[in-house]
Design a protein around this ligand. Structure first.
Ligand SMILES: NC(=O)c1ccc[n+]([C@@H]2O[C@H](COP(=O)([O-])OP(=O)(O)OC[C@H]3O[C@@H](n4cnc5c(N)ncnc54)[C@H](OP(=O)(O)O)[C@@H]3O)[C@@H](O)[C@H]2O)c1
Length: 268
């Protein structure tokens, strides 16, 4: 029998990309899944393909504490408990700091960091009761600051630091706290990334076809949850970046610059 059978899993940002792939994966494994996003139509489309016995959705903006409270409370009301919370909802940015209002960085922090804090705060009593798992979908940008994504990197560093502290606080509680770092994954995230004006850039500057599939991220995340791992860096490039940055940080500066810039212009 699947480890996830009859488990209740709350996934933020399940209407697209990696979150949507996780919703599909866990329902297929027999879990009951609750998810949220800001766009009602996308959630409605998701609902159409699943029974409401297995899927609960709610329109919610995770940057708002009251929305996170509604999401978690409605999940508890619908399914009676939460075993696993996956803090996945996220947004990125593509804007050099010197040309960008701090408001852009604040928007990214509010969603990627505070959204995870709020949802975890409200879900924690049930997760403690059920000896469950709290997952953060982080990024290599949480280990290595990436140009054009200063607010995104800040949000993922903050997420990991907070989760590491929480993991330690809960070490003897039977709750596992873990964070996952996918590699570049084909999704909507580069289209919605905020530009210097705080607007979605509306296109991906990278070859989405050459990236990891969201379904692979979902499967590897599920395996890590089942094994109660601490952290997962999913790709070789990711592992190499973490290693280089730890032991050769000045060289890492040059290599990262070379990857993201061409003739002094940010190209990725
Ligand atoms: N794709 C990658 O290359 C990559 C790599 C490493 C890590 N990640 C991380 O993976 C996670 C998922 O990203 P993705 O690539 O799947 O992006 P995506 O395709 O853009 O999906 C993002 C999901 O989050 C939701 N969301 C965004 N802002 C929200 C908010 N304020 N409140 C509630 N939901 C919100 C979106 O729905 P609405 O727009 O309807 O709200 C959508 O369902 C993120 O945390 C990201 O940082 C992605």
């Amino acid at each position: 029998m699947s480890y996830f059978k009859d488990k209740v899993i709350a996934i933020t940002g399940g209407s697209d990309g990696i979150g949507k792939a996780m919703v599909e994966f866990f329902i297929e494994k027999g879990a009951k899944v609750a998810t949220c996003g800001r766009n009602y139509d996308k959630l409605y489309q998701l609902e159409l393909s699943h029974s409401n016995v297995l899927l609960h959705t709610l329109t919610c903006d995770v940057s708002k504490e009251s929305d996170c409270k509604r999401f978690i409370e409605s999940t508890l009301k619908t399914f009676g408990k939460i075993d696993i919370l996956i803090n996945n909802a996220g947004i990125s940015m593509r804007a050099l700091f010197n040309e960008t209002s701090p408001d852009v960085l604040k928007t990214v922090m509010d969603i990627n960091f505070w959204g995870a804090v709020y949802c975890t705060k409200f879900a924690l009593p049930s997760i403690l009761e059920n000896k469950g798992t709290i997952v953060g979908i982080s990024s290599i940008a949480g280990y290595r600051g990436l140009p054009g994504r200063s607010g995104y990197s800040a949000s993922k560093f903050a997420l990991q630091g907070w989760m590491e502290a929480l993991r330690t606080e809960l070490l003897h509680s039977d709750v596992n706290v873990m964070w996952i770092c996918p590699g570049f994954t084909a999704s909507n995230i580069r289209n919605t990334a905020l530009n210097t004006k705080g607007q979605a850039q509306g296109e991906s500057p990278m070859d989405e076809g050459a990236m990891m599939k969201a379904e692979t991220v979902a499967r590897l995340t599920a395996e890590a949850i089942e094994k109660r791992e601490r952290t997962v860096v999913m790709t070789f490039t990711g592992k190499r970046t973490v290693f280089m940055n730890r032991f050769f940080p000045s060289l890492a500066d040059k290599l990262v610059y070379k990857f993201f810039f061409r003739n002094g212009q940010l190209t990725k």
